[in-house]
Design a protein around this ligand. Sequence first.
Ligand SMILES: C[S@@+](CC[C@H](N)C(=O)[O-])C[C@H]1O[C@@H](n2cnc3c(N)ncnc32)[C@H](O)[C@@H]1O
Length: 228
Amino acid sequence: MTDLSADEVIDAWRDAGRSDERSLLIHPAGNDERAYRESGRAAALDVVRLLAEHGDREPSLVVDYGCGDGRVAHELARIEPAWRVVGVDASPEMVDAFDARGDAIGSTAIGMTWHTGDDRPPPVAGADVVYCYAVLIHHGWVDGAAIVARLADLVRWDGLLLIDAPLYESARERVNAHDVTTWTRPMLVDVAARAGCVVVAADVNPGEFTWADGPGPRHGRLHVLRRT
Ligand SMILES: C[S@@+](CC[C@H](N)C(=O)[O-])C[C@H]1O[C@@H](n2cnc3c(N)ncnc32)[C@H](O)[C@@H]1O
């Protein structure tokens, strides 16, 4: 079992955001701004491609859950200016960073502070797609399943939920802040079913995630869930 609660994960991210101008922990390309931006653009293009392949209509509202400083959301807003892109993050510091980055690059994406355990009602509803990059890896299985179930509530019927959870034949839960949680394929199917979704495509992102100092866990592999 993981020894980190959902609140502890959120606090860890808030503190990371405080101790660095932009936490290197969320920075898959180290402090290379260009590589960082390119990684966000590649991830945003994956969202566009998966929506074209699996979506039923041109989206109007797209939500980036656990948006961090907007690595992906700001690029998506630039690629698809007609889409309303909303970044949501548990950490107010991250949303501040999201807004600052958006202002710096002239992005139309907006950031909001909220999380799935929040007592407040969600800031968005009826999204065509909610995507969630590099969040579930930080949570244990029980919290991860609860996050997916609540995110599905933000998606309209037949809308899509794109989640990133590395799949392995034998999965394990993270035990500390430097570790990541992995899932098995049957777990993914079960978590989707309990969220009222079906898995329409699993492990579809061809890009391999790499940490700044070398190959990392297979994070960045997206799964496409449809709300039914
Ligand atoms: C590794 S960063 C990923 C940021 C962004 N998705 C990206 O790919 O660049 C994880 C982000 O998720 C946020 N986060 C972690 N757990 C969360 C939760 N349960 N609800 C909302 N945000 C969460 C953190 O505050 C942090 O900004």
